[in-house]
Design a binder for this molecule. Sequence first.
Ligand SMILES: C[S@@+](CC[C@H](N)C(=O)[O-])C[C@H]1O[C@@H](n2cnc3c(N)ncnc32)[C@H](O)[C@@H]1O
Ligand code: SF4
Length: 442
Amino acid sequence: MAEPIRLEMLGDQETKAGNYFVSNYPPYSFWKQEAVPEVLDVISRKPAPGTPLGIYTHIPFCRKRCHFCYFRVYTDKNAAEIQRYVDAVIDELKMYADKPFIDGRKPKFVYFGGGTPSYLSTQALKHLASSMQEMLPWDEAEEVTFECEPGTLTEHKLNVIREIGVTRLSLGVEHFQEHILKLNGRAHGSKEIDRAYGYARAAGFPQINIDLISGMMGDTDADWDFAIERTIELAPDSVTIYQMEIPYNTTIFAEMQAAGNDVAPVATWAKKREWVERAFARLSENGYTVTSAYTAVKNPSTKFLYRDHLWQGADLLGLGVASFSHVGGTHFQNQHNIDPYIDRVQSGNLPVFRALTPSGEEKLIREAVLQFKLGSLDLQYFRDKFGVDLREQFPAALEYIRSTGNLTEDDNFLRLNIEGLLQVDRYVHEFFLPQHRDSRYA
Ligand SMILES: C[S@@+](CC[C@H](N)C(=O)[O-])C[C@H]1O[C@@H](n2cnc3c(N)ncnc32)[C@H](O)[C@@H]1O
Ligand code: SF4
């Protein structure tokens, strides 16, 4: 059994195995199969007035599994198997489309994530998009995001992606140095990035995002600087930078275990933060604005609605294997493996695997944790929505963060400086209820 994650593991220390990025609350390990009937209950109720609805679709296929990847992905499926999966996703949406929680709502935001949505053929993409739209038109969606691995993109495919209504194209670039991409098991090289980016610009997407990772195996100061400068030259609308984490289900962790190492062969947490800080500083010098612990945008009004709605408690219906949903105040996750997922759908059952309905206090903690990742907490927002003063709600957590010297406060906001923002994912554990601390975040 692997060690639970502890705060000190994420300080200035070497990178050990475990999840760093906090994407939800309460932790997934507390979601239970016994709570699945609660899902049937919430979807048979009408939504709370004014709650935005989003749709997430998981496409779990990739050309190659990256050594650092922890997502549910398959690299061995043929066209017929992929077709079967796409049809199951469409059938899954059919099961929800006429339920009371939809109640005529049209999605405000749509997200195709993975895995690699751009691995789908243009034919499969058109079939998926048109079938989904027949049930739940996204003509009123303000944002449709689509994740891509650069090497899967052709000019024709990008035009199809644009035609199905995608507004925000997200490219998994990760780095620009050929030898680093290779060493980390990426399927694409740097030439494919340039080619895909050029075609994507020509296709006229309103927003192009580039994902980078700070701390890939083999990275150095000089290589990272090169990656930052190439990013600035391409001038994407948005840049997302993750700090490399090595969860237990990665190839890197398997190799560490086999070799008896408990330290991952990547930079320390302090170094990864230094690199993100350097990237944000260079991007800022070039007109970008830092809008979260991970994001800088070229135009300060550029939004990322999926993140912002989700972090303020919107409804999200997740389709596909292992996808996460948050509907009517209940969290749930689908079956983790593709065959049971498809079998459940084909037998006319919802493919939900585990669920949890958070208490009022847990909902408050969830929003505080997620919104803190934007750099500040709006005290009035929490007074209005939850009837609490965050300073009274979290005295010990705030005392700890204050003691780091990275918190500034006034009557309306609690703000993190850049040093604090770049370690927000470890600070937020301080807000957790005692039973959720030090849990494995899987
Ligand atoms: C689903 S992938 C994006 C689309 C596509 N699969 C790709 O990789 O090009 C989402 C992003 O998660 C990030 N990511 C994946 N594994 C990570 C890890 N171990 N640590 C930090 N970020 C990671 C990468 O930046 C990646 O672009
Ligand atoms: S391409 Fe993306 S989803 Fe696929 S294995 Fe690599 S990081 Fe994971």
